[in-house]
Structure formats: structure tokens, C-alpha cells
Design a binder for this molecule. Structure first.
Ligand code: PMP
Length: 285
């Protein structure tokens, strides 16, 4: 049976799941989304993902046509219908279709889409050996233009940085903010380890406040690993003991080289290894 995709409350075969070409989600990137994972049939931190989705929608004056409770039930139903236990779930809410022109008042029927599928962010070898990343010249969107905490359908800022990374032979790229401070990667948050403590940019660095990031901060606290949300520069990264990225799709992945500088010995470090193992336990608990 073909994968069943939820569009506005109905299920369609993958091939027939469609929305209008007049949808402002397509025409203008006007909408919001979420990406989350289920492990053994249970969505990891679903409440946090739904809170972020509804807050993103609120920030762009988009009313999601179903309640959070209904959304949660529909996500679970989508997993069940597709008999998926370990899956990646993409929630999309578009502004809906309308006439041409930016005015959201010209649209009606915001579309809720739920896709439950599998995703492989990075090849397995990078989880063992670590990623090499480069800094993109494209800076992260200025938070006064659009808050980076809104997970909007317009990801061109990050895609431009991703292209720069790919052109430099790296599958992920680092993005700085307007002040030249470390913000995050194109689809992942970044951490370093220094002298036994983990450090990650704070929310005011203009980042998406990652749910995996927050889970790692909680995990570190429970393991007695000091954790700080601080301003980081590229220099801090270059002289770090370890570095890793976090994201719902990527989970926790080590970084061993940044802009041609090898991080410490170039091997995946002990704290990263520990956090990867503990994160696995947490998501399956
Ligand atoms: N930063 C950006 C720009 C992202 O798109 C994402 C999610 N793909 C993340 C960080 C990680 O967030 P989360 O852990 O909530 O998936």
C-alpha cells in the first residue's frame, strides 16, 4: 500500500496528495512547519513541537484550523495508518489558496499536511567519524526581519548557506548572525565542549530554539555535565575540545573539522559519545 498522507483531514495515497498551485504556502512561502521523530511508535517531545508550531503560526497571524489536541490525535493516527513506529513526521500548515498577491486576506482554508515517512539526514559513516563543516558567507536572517524562532516555509536563508557548504564539499554549513557570532547550522543547532562543559549559542543569537538542543541541555544537567548558553565565536569553535550538532532529523552528530581546522585530535570525543548514547536511551524511554 502506498504511504497515506494527511491533507486537511483526509488521507490520500502519496501520489495523489496535492494542494493548489494558488496556495500562498507555495506562492510566497507563507506558512509554518515542524519536523519531529517517533521512536517505537511514540513521538519524541510532541508537546514541545506542537507548542512551537502553534507559536510560529501565531507570530505570522495564521490560525491553524484544528486544535493542538486534534493535531496530536491526527499525528498519531497518521503513524498508525501507515504502520510506522520509527518515523520522521513533517507537519506543514500553509496559508491556504487565494488570488495572486501577498495579502493573506485573499486566502482561505489554511491546509494542514501530515507526512509520516523515513528520513536519513546524513550517511551513517558521519555519525561514526564526524562531519566536516564550513562557515557560510550567508548570515542567518536578521531576527528583526523575521524571528529565527518562527519555523516558516521560507527556508531560503538556510538553503543558500547549505548550497555554499555543498559547493565547498561539506554537507552542513555553519551560519553566523549579523554580529559575526555563531548562530547555528542550516538545519541543526551547534554545541561545543570545552574543559568538560558543553556550550551552545543562546536564543538571542538568532537561532531556532531546537527541541533536540533543549533535550541535550536537560540531559547534560541530569548527567552532571555543566551546560551553558553563551555567545560563541568561530574562535571558540576552532579551539574547542569537541563539537556536535543536534536536530530532530539529524539527532546528535559529531563535527571534527570547521573551516579546515581539525577540532582537537580530530576524533569523536568522549562527551559527544556519551551524549549520543544517552540521547538514544532517552528517545526510547
Ligand atoms: N536550526 C534550524 C535552522 C532548523 O531548521 C532545525 C530543525 N531542522 C534545528 C535548528 C533543530 O531543531 P530541532 O531540534 O527542534 O529539530
Amino acid at each position: 500500500m502506498s504511504l497515506q498522507i494527511y491533507v486537511a483531514g483526509q488521507y490520500y495515497d502519496k501520489e495523489n496528495a496535492k494542494i493548489s498551485v494558488y496556495d500562498h504556502g507555495l506562492l510566497y512561502g507563507d506558512g509554518v512547519f515542524e519536523g519531529m521523530r517517533s521512536y517505537s511508535g511514540k513521538v519524541f517531545r510532541m508537546k514541545e513541537h506542537l507548542d512551537r508550531l502553534y507559536e510560529s503560526a501565531l507570530a505570522i497571524c495564521l490560525t491553524i484550523p484544528i486544535s493542538k489536541e486534534q493535531m496530536e490525535a491526527d499525528v498519531n493516527k497518521t503513524l498508525q495508518i501507515n504502520a510506522l513506529k520509527d518515523a520522521y513526521i513533517r507537519l506543514v500548515v500553509t496559508r491556504g489558496s487565494g488570488s495572486l498577491g501577498l495579502d493573506p486576506n485573499r486566502t482561505s482554508n489554511p491546509q494542514v499536511i501530515i507526512i509520516a515517512d523515513s528520513i536519513s539526514m546524513y550517511p551513517e559513516e558521519y555519525y561514526q567519524k564526524g562531519l566536516k563543516i564550513v562557515t557560510a558567507a550567508t548570515i542567518r536572517n536578521h531576527p528583526a526581519a523575521l524571528s529565527s524562532r518562527v519555523k516558516s516555509l521560507n527556508y531560503l536563508n538556510n538553503i543558500m548557506a547549505k548550497i555554499e557548504g555543498l559547493q565547498a564539499g561539506c554537507i552542513e554549513a555553519l551560519m553566523l548572525n549579523i554580529k559575526g557570532e555563531v548562530a547555528e547550522c542550516t538545519g541543526d543547532n551547534i554545541f561545543i565542549v570545552k574543559n568538560g562543559a558543553i556550550r551552545t549559542p543562546s536564543k538571542d543569537a538568532g537561532i531556532l530554539e531546537g527541541i533536540t538542543r533543549n533535550a541535550i541541555l536537560d540531559l547534560a544537567k541530569s548527567l552532571g555535565i555543566p551546560a551553558e548558553e553563551v555567545t560563541l565565536t568561530r574562535h571558540d569553535l576552532f579551539v574547542s575540545d569537541e563539537c556536535f550538532l543536534t536536530g530532530s532529523a539529524a539527532e546528535v552528530i559529531p563535527v571534527v573539522s570547521i573551516d579546515g581546522r581539525t577540532i582537537a585530535s580530530g576524533n569523536v570525543g568522549p562527551i559527544t559519545t556519551k551524549l549520543i548514547a544517552e540521547f538514544k536511551k532517552l528517545v526510547h524511554s
